[in-house]
Design a protein around this ligand. Structure first.
Ligand code: FAD
Length: 223
């Protein structure tokens, strides 16, 4: 695959609504990095199973983590390959007809070789990055991971061997013959919003003296 594109590959060539397809590395990375969760699909006991999970991207690798008994992760490692998809829900695209009404989204499908990260120092580095990718700055605020916690967590690295993005945005695609209809048509943008934090009330938190950390304050300020 050349330069700054990651597709289309054999399994990532968009066939339906091709005008929405993108394969540029930058577009794909942006969606992967903004998505707060992904879905990983695999065959488990002969049946297709897709599960939501957390991810983060570093270079051309997507990292996943989970319990060593997670059936989808185990299947991914058995096959040595992962199918990962991540989606940003960005609003409603309300056409004059139900047929052409849809949602605004940006989504990515990644297909790539997968392996378990076994090197202990690399595993610890990735697990700490997971904490920080979920909430930047949080890894410094929490107590360090224990050896047992590291042992109880499996880390899977998925190479972004090929990937596709699909982007649905802008005005609706109405049929010409529907344009004269007096039916409201337009878009309703949507975004994820974090509300005011609700402090825990147990243990040391019950005193009310533990301040909202920098990581959470920054998250709220930046949205
Ligand atoms: C939030 C959301 C809601 C959707 N709702 C619907 C719906 O209700 N009905 C419907 O038919 N479709 C829906 N889609 C689009 C859907 O994801 C598929 O693109 C579409 O169904 C075409 O499927 P296909 O198997 O024919 O794709 P093909 O174009 O044949 O798929 C071939 C390859 O193209 C790539 N590809 C396909 N879809 C996507 C995608 N969304 N993102 C990135 N790469 C992709 C993959 O690499 C895939 O292997 C939705 C998408 C999103 C993100």
């Amino acid at each position: 695959m050349s330069g700054s594109t990651l597709g289309p590959g054999e399994r990532t060539r968009v066939r339906r609504v091709v005008k929405k397809a993108r394969y540029d590395e930058q577009v794909i990375y942006e969606i992967l990095d903004q998505a707060r969760l992904c879905h990983v699909a695999a065959l488990v006991n002969g049946a297709a199973v897709a599960l939501p999970t957390l991810h983060f991207r570093e270079g051309r690798t997507v990292f996943l983590h989970g319990s060593p008994s997670n059936e989808v992760m185990k299947a991914v490692l058995r096959e040595g390959e992962a199918f990962v998809t991540a989606t940003l829900y960005e609003g409603l695209r309300l056409a004059r007809s139900g047929f052409h009404s849809s949602i605004a989204f940006r989504s990515v499908v990644v297909v790539g070789a997968a392996h378990e990260v076994l090197d202990e120092s690399e595993k610890l580095r990735v697990l700490n990055l997971f904490i920080d990718r979920v909430l930047p700055g949080r890894a410094r605020e929490v107590r360090p991971l224990s050896d047992k916690e590291v042992r109880l967590t499996m880390v899977v690295a998925v190479a972004i061997d090929e990937a596709s993005a699909k982007i649905s945005s802008g005005p609706t695609d109405d049929d010409d013959e529907d344009m004269a209809l007096s039916i409201w048509s337009g878009t309703v943008p949507a975004r994820l919003v974090f509300e005011s934090p609700i402090p825990d009330v147990d243990g040391a938190m019950s005193s009310g003296a533990v301040e909202v950390p920098t990581s959470v304050r920054r998250l709220l300020e930046q949205q």
